[in-house]
Design a protein around this ligand. Sequence first.
Ligand code: CP
Length: 326
Amino acid sequence: MEKSLRGKSFISLMDWSAEELEKIFDLTSELKQKWAAGEQPELLKGKQVAMIFANPSTRTRTSFESGISWMGGHAQYHTPDTMQIAHKETWEDTGKVLGRYVHGIVIRMFGLERYGMAREILRVLEASSRVPVINALDDKEHPCQIMADIMTMREKFGPGYKRKKIVMSWAYSGRVKSAGVPQTMAIAAGLLGMNLVLAYPEKYDVDPEYMEFAKKHAALSGSEITVTHDIYDACKGADVIYAKSWGSFAMSKEEDKKYREQFKRDWCISRKHFDLANPNAIFMHCLPADRNQEVTDEIIDGPMSIVYDEAENRLHVQNALLASIL
Ligand code: CP
């Protein structure tokens, strides 16, 4: 008998199987059609969702709020500074109380004093609230984003997307950002059997826990996951070039800001990278993009760019997720 996803948190893709993720993709297609047809499925009727945002957001907050309302539920927006967390109430007590009022918790939290600390808080909330917790980006992963990205590749390439050459490239930015996107893409590739090239300059290795999981699962799913420090070599024959800046685990933020300056020219995705790629290659970015740092305007605004389709799919994939677990 098929196991229900009801009650399951969505904190790490490591807790999900390929079959469970495929179920979400299938439901995403169905719900996307209903959205386009102007239907309103009451899949969350009477359901309350607390959304805690410790960091800014445009896409994640809006897509969750729109989706929850569309399905007949209610989303409550909170920030830690307007909750008693500001007066040092513990996350455990916060979770115990929220669990009495809501059917699910969406939380975004990263950039705390130590890598991994935000994830620990998400796990505390999960255990204490006893309702599903959805990771809306923590210091380790951005699973909702990667689900939307993969959904978009499925739509563009069909089921053959798994055999495409997908390049997840580090990109220059003046800002030091979370490695959640490349880390989640690596484990998703391993689980689902996708071919992924992670391209980044030396010293931008992602968390080894993620590479180990990705490689272990790649051996089972038949995916190929490789790493290169040569962006031009990575782009040769690519079907997807996904740009994303992230911070180094090997140095401090200040050291990283100085060190990365040398990569400004080569690691801004531009026409010269797409000249090496396959003729119908597409450009992806999770947004917000640092224009003319991570990618040139010509590429992100060009016909190869599918960044707004990715952004739209945040809504549909999260709707499917919420409808499945709440
Ligand atoms: N991609 C993404 O998570 O966007 P926001 O930061 O605007 O939510």
